[in-house]
Design a protein around this ligand. Structure first.
Ligand code: HEC
Ligand code: HEC
Length: 356
C-alpha cells in the first residue's frame, strides 16, 4: 500500500509545482505589460526622493542602541608614538600610575602609602582614554581653570590631588614628586592634539536624562543584586587581591571606597558612569542598564556607608552647587533629600527661572 502510494504523491507534487510556476510567470508577464503601457518604470537611483532616504536612516538609527553617535569621538594619540617625546619616560610612568595606582601608592604601595587601594583607572577607564569612560581628553586643554567646588584657580596637579583626597580617600602628592610630574606628563600628552579651551566629544561622564520621579534605593538594590554583585559582591567590598595590594574588583562602599566628597557620590556622576560602563562590558554603544536602573542603582550604592570628608570649604558660592550636591545649605528651598535623590527637574527649572 505504502509503496504504490509514493509515486503518485511525487507526481502530484510535481504537477502542483508546475502549475504554481506557470501562474507566477503569467503574473509577472502581465505585470510587465501593464507597466510598459502605463509608462511606469523602476525609479533610477538619482531620482529616489529624500523622504525615502530619511526613512532609511531612521531605520538604521533605530537599530543603533548607543547613547551618542560614534562619529567624531576623541581618540587618544597612538601609544607607540610616545617614544618620540622628550619626556617619554615620565609619560609611560604616568600611565602606569593611573592604571596600577595601588601598587605604587596604595595601602601597601611601594613608593608611598597615601591612598585606599583603588586605581585611577577604576573610574578613568583604559587609563583615562575610553569615550564616556571618564577620560582625560580635556585636562590639558581646559586647566588651569577656576572650579566652583573650590572657588579657586586649579591646575592639573590640584585636580589630580582632588581625586587622591576624595575618590581615593587619601592624601595629596607633592607637586614636585616624580609621581605627580609623571601623571601630569601623561595627561598633557593625551590631550596634546586638543585645541586650548576645547572639550572633545565623549569627554568625561554621560549625562543620563532626569527621571520624573526620585531615584529609588529599594529598586536599586534589586538592580544591584541582578547586575553588580557577582563582581562587586553582596557586601559591596569587591574582590581584594590575595596580597591585599589592590583589587580585582573594586569596592563600591565601605572603608576602602571613595568618600562622600568624591564626584561619584553625586548621583548624576554615578548614574552616568554606570550607564555607559557597567556592568563590565557595557559601553556608550551598547549600554546595558536602562536610565531608570542607572539612577536607582546609584541611589542604592550612594545610600550605604562610606568615609566622610570635611567639605565645609567646598562650594564657597552656594548658588554654584550642582543640583545633585546632597549637602546644604542651598540657595533654593529644596530639601537635602531632593538634592540627593531627585526628582531633579523641578530643581533645574527653579534654578533656570531664578537666573532669569
Ligand atoms: C571613584 C572614582 C574615581 C577614581 C578612583 C578617580 N577619579 Fe578622577 N574623577 C572622578 C570623577 C567622578 C571625576 C569628575 C568627572 C565629571 O564630573 O565629569 C573625576 C575627574 C578627574 C579629573 C578632571 C577631569 C576633567 O576633565 O576635568 C582628573 C584630572 C582626575 N579625575 C584624575 C584622577 C587621578 C589622577 C586619579 C587617581 C589618583 C583619579 N582621578 C581617580 C572619579 C574618580
Ligand atoms: C563582571 C564584573 C563586574 C560587574 C558585573 C560590574 N562591575 Fe563595576 N567594575 C568592575 C571592574 C573590573 C571595575 C574596575 C574597572 C577597571 O579598573 O578597569 C569596576 C568599576 C566600577 C566602578 C568605579 C570604581 C569604584 O569601585 O567605585 C563603579 C562605580 C562600578 N563598577 C559600579 C558597578 C555597578 C553599579 C554595577 C552593576 C550595574 C557593576 N559595577 C557591575 C567589574 C564589574
Amino acid at each position: 500500500m505504502k509503496d504504490s502510494f509514493q509515486p503518485i504523491l511525487k507526481m502530484l507534487t510535481l504537477m502542483v509545482g508546475l502549475l504554481l510556476s506557470v501562474t507566477l510567470l503569467t503574473a509577472v508577464l502581465i505585470g510587465a505589460i501593464v507597466m510598459v503601457f502605463s509608462g511606469g518604470s523602476l525609479t533610477p537611483l538619482n531620482q529616489i526622493n529624500t523622504s525615502e532616504v530619511q526613512n532609511l536612516t531612521v531605520a538604521v538609527s533605530e537599530t543603533y542602541r548607543g547613547v551618542v553617535p560614534k562619529e567624531g569621538l576623541w581618540m587618544a594619540p597612538e601609544w607607540s608614538s610616545v617614544d618620540q617625546e622628550p619626556n617619554a619616560e615620565d609619560i609611560k610612568y604616568g600611565k602606569e600610575l593611573v592604571a596600577n595606582t595601588a601598587a605604587y601608592l596604595g595601602p601597601n604601595g611601594k613608593v608611598k602609602k597615601i591612598s585606599n587601594g583603588m586605581n585611577c583607572q577604576n573610574c578613568h577607564l583604559n587609563a583615562g582614554t575610553a569615550p564616556l569612560g571618564n577620560n582625560y581628553s580635556a585636562v590639558a586643554s581646559t586647566y588651569p581653570k577656576v572650579r566652583a567646588r573650590s572657588g579657586q584657580m586649579e591646575d592639573v596637579e590640584k585636580r589630580i590631588n582632588d581625586c587622591f583626597e576624595r575618590s581615593l580617600n587619601g592624601k595629596a602628592l607633592e607637586n614636585n614628586s616624580k609621581e605627580m610630574v609623571a601623571m601630569v606628563a601623561y595627561m598633557k600628552w593625551l590631550g596634546k592634539d586638543v585645541p586650548k579651551g576645547e572639550s572633545p566629544k565623549g569627554v568625561g561622564i554621560y549625562e543620563v536624562p532626569f527621571l520624573d520621579r526620585a531615584a529609588d534605593p529599594v529598586k536599586g538594590k534589586a538592580v544591584y543584586d541582578r547586575q553588580c554583585q557577582s563582581c562587586h559582591m553582596a557586601d559591596g567590598q569587591g574582590m581584594p587581591k590575595p596580597d591585599k595590594s589592590g583589587h580585582i574588583y573594586p569596592p563600591l562602599w565601605g572603608d576602602n571606597s571613595y568618600n562622600d566628597g568624591a564626584g561619584l557620590f553625586r548621583m548624576s556622576r554615578f548614574a552616568g558612569y554606570v550607564k555607559t560602563n557597567m556592568p563590565l562590558g557595557a559601553t556608550f554603544e551598547r549600554p546595558i542598564l536602562t536610565d531608570e536602573e542607572a539612577w536607582d542603582v546609584a541611589a542604592y550604592v550612594n545610600s550605604l556607608p562610606r568615609p566622610k570628608k570635611d567639605i565645609r570649604k567646598d562650594w564657597p558660592d552656594i548658588s554654584k552647587k550642582p543640583i545633585d550636591h546632597p549637602f546644604g545649605p542651598f540657595s533654593d528651598d529644596f530639601t537635602e533629600e531632593q538634592h540627593k535623590f531627585g526628582p531633579f527637574k523641578p530643581i533645574k527649572e527653579a534654578r533656570a527661572s531664578a537666573s532669569k
